[in-house]
Design a protein around this ligand. Structure first.
Ligand code: 7RM
Length: 649
């Protein structure tokens, strides 16, 4: 199949920081020639250091790499204070609530809000440098204030996505030994108020001894229960705090935040990020990839509960001195034109969203965007999963009017910021390809020994040199960190970072991501471990065994397909009832995003003689594909036919 190539237009070339492939290659070359010099130059140019670093990279204890050794800085200072001279009255955050209420927060206001919040954490709750604070919040500006307030006093935040259940929240509180939970009464979604605080109450009902207090921001004023001596009203307390708070002096390598993400086992991993390396790359990619300019309005539709919300709603845009938009609700309220109306009204220049949302809005309104003036847009972005050419073309033509480059950004919670992405003013783009590694990033498709793959040969997507914004460790579990990322592939005999993704080069060296090689699936752009869902389903008293696989889905990317073996042979007369119950358990343990779309009650699972479930076979069955794999290694090959029969019914 012939793939189309789209060259950047003259307008984008003119305004972009990196204007040609020659300029891109010069940067790549600079990093090739003198890796530490390259990163040192960026760190000097971009970070307002309190004290300069003494060494760029310490690799003496690989893979526990350290960057910008001895440097002192404060991330909230980098995001706020240093802009006040030039931008105190510039909008830092433009927020719209789902009901249509609006707030515009200037950099000076942001400074006061964050300082008050920081003082509140310090003075009222005794939060100190290194303490963990869980943020369980809707998409309101206070979520960003809370993150920045933690950064200001050196507390380590752990944002938990507001769609996660009480059990999931509890697991994360316990693992991080958090002292404080910051939450809200609730927020608005699909035109209705919903509640968050009661979920916190359930989470804290057991085993959360580390928690000393709960701070509640009022968003929708719905009635909630207050626990005397534990719960505090943010809106009442915040006005009593001083708007000035000295930023804590932080070391480059002090942890900035934890963010839990799914891996291939049941227990989520607390991905730990650093101060200097993280903020350097958040800011740099904001400038290179989104090319934000002084008067631009930039909008990323992610939730702050995901890494995209951390790096590209809060830290990256603010470090770059940009105006970042934040929206509370769903894209389809009151109708499928909500986002397009907002782009028109706020004259958004850069728009960054997920393929799953593009597919949904495409399906709901092919020509809906025609009703709006989207001519302010300059650059479009996607993230989270591979984008299919069909959705890409609709996005490119209908939203971008055929004139906005699409930056298809490949990266992960663990990478902190973009790794593989087009540069809008330089890279000729192909629908569905994330194109090339960014300068300084050694992303390579290799085999397990480190040999580079030939075009069209699938391999392991690895990053073969450390980079500043990389994961430092898994909170409290160094061993799991090494095992998860540094034990699959080697290059020149040395372990290198393996992303978990497969990918291939085309004839021109463009990178095409083929998807996860481990048991992680991607539903609505949300990363879920099949093991987590299996553990939840296993909690149902009638379930004996379960295997979950992802099934390709036109809108969601992947849907959740569960193969369930029930205990005893009572039969499944109450099949529908059990299905409902199973989904209830999933919602309770994880949240609604992980609900099973299809459940097949099967007599057994295809297992090898050593007891390992052959998921490849189950994936093929879920898709309705013919089984090409050799089934002779199975303990009981006949089970495959039986499963196919059930699924066909
Ligand atoms: C940012 C984020 C990471 C996983 C990653 C991939 C998939 C992300 C793309 C993509 C194809 C892309 N962090 N992924 N971006 N696949 N093209 N542009 O999503 O930690 O939640 O997920 O998402 O599989 O490993 S994440």
């Amino acid at each position: 199949m012939e793939t189309k190539v789209f060259e950047p237009g003259s307008e984008i070339k003119e305004r972009a920081r990196i204007k040609s492939m020659e300029e891109y290659r010069a940067l790549v070359e600079e990093a090739n020639k003198d890796y530490e010099g390259f990163w040192g130059r960026l760190a000097k140019e971009k970070i307002d250091w309190i004290e300069p670093y003494k060494q760029v990279l310490d690799d003496s204890n690989a893979p526990f790499y350290k960057w910008f050794i001895g440097g002192k800085l404060n991330v909230s200072y980098q995001c706020i204070d240093r802009h006040l001279d030039k931008r105190k009255n510039k909008a830092a955050i433009i927020w719209e609530g789902e009901p249509g209420d609006k707030r515009i927060i200037t950099y000076l206001e942001l400074y006061y809000e964050v300082n008050r919040f920081a003082n509140l954490l310090k003075n009222r709750f005794g939060i100190k440098k290194g303490d963990r604070v869980v943020i369980y919040m809707p998409m309101i500006p206070e979520a960003a204030f809370a993150m920045l307030a933690c950064a200001r006093i050196g507390a380590i935040h752990s944002v938990v996505f507001g769609g996660f259940s009480a059990e999931a929240l509890r697991d994360r509180i316990i693992d991080a030994k958090a002292k404080l939970v910051i939450t809200a009464d609730g927020a608005y979604r699909r035109g209705k108020p919903y509640l968050l605080k009661p979920v916190v109450d359930v989470a804290l009902a057991k085993d959360c001894e580390s928690i000393e207090a709960v701070l509640v921001v009022r968003r929708n004023n719905e009635e909630i229960k207050w626990h005397e001596g534990r719960d505090y009203d943010y809106n009442e307390l915040i006005v009593q705090e001083s708007p000035n708070c000295e930023p804590e002096i932080m070391d480059s390598e002090d942890p900035l935040f934890l963010l839990y993400t799914s891996g291939s086992t049941g227990k989520p991993k607390g991905v730990q990020h650093s101060q200097a390396g993280y903020i350097l790359w958040a800011q740099t990619t904001m400038e290179w990839v989104f090319d934000v300019k002084e008067n631009d309005t930039y909008w990323c539709t992610a939730d702050v509960g995901w890494i995209t919300g951390h790096t590209y709603i809060v830290y990256g845009p603010l470090a770059a001195g940009a105006t970042t938009m934040m929206y509370e609700g769903v894209p389809v309220y009151p109708d499928a034109g909500r986002w397009w109306r907002m782009i028109e009204e706020y004259r958004v220049n850069q728009f960054y969203t997920a393929p799953t949302a593009i597919r949904l809005l495409h399906k709901m309104g092919e020509n809906e965007p025609d009703k709006y003036d989207l001519s302010s847009l300059k650059i479009l972005g996607t993230v989270g999963e591979p984008i299919n050419p069909d959705a890409w073309m609709w996005y490119f033509m209908k939203i971008g009017g055929g004139e906005c480059p699409i930056v298809d950004t490949w990266w992960q919670t663990e990478t902190g910021g973009h790794m593989i992405s087009p540069l809008p003013g330089a890279t000729p783009i192909k629908p569905g390809s994330a194109t090339f590694p960014l300068p300084g990033i050694f992303a390579e498709i290799i085999d397990q020994e480190g040999n580079k793959k030939e075009p069209n040969e699938k391999g392991y997507l690895c990053i073969t040199k450390p980079w500043p914004s990389m994961i430092r460790t898994i909170w409290g579990d160094d061993e799991r960190f090494v095992k998860s990322y540094y034990s699959t592939c080697k290059k020149n005999g040395k372990p290198v970072y393996f992303s978990g993704d497969g990918a291939l080069y085309d004839e021109e060296g463009y990178i095409w991501i083929t998807g996860r090689m481990d048991d992680v699936i991607n539903v609505y752009g949300h990363r879920l471990g099949t093991a987590e869902i299996e553990a939840a389903i296993g909690h149902h008293p009638r379930v004996a065994e379960v295997a979950v696989v992802g099934k390709p889905d036109d809108i969601k990317g992947e849907s959740v397909f569960a193969f369930v073996v029930l205990k005893s042979d009572e039969g499944v007369a109450d099949e529908l009832e059990i299905m409902k119950e199973i989904n209830k358990v999933i919602v309770k343990d994880i949240g609604p995003i992980a609900k099973a779309d299809e459940i097949a009650f099967v007599p057994g699972l295809p297992k090898t003689r050593s007891g390992k479930i052959m998921r490849r076979i189950l994936r093929a069955i879920a898709k309705g594909e013919e089984i090409k794999q050799d089934t002779s290694t199975l303990e009981d090959p006949s089970v495959v036919e039986k499963i196919i029969e059930v699924v066909k019914r």
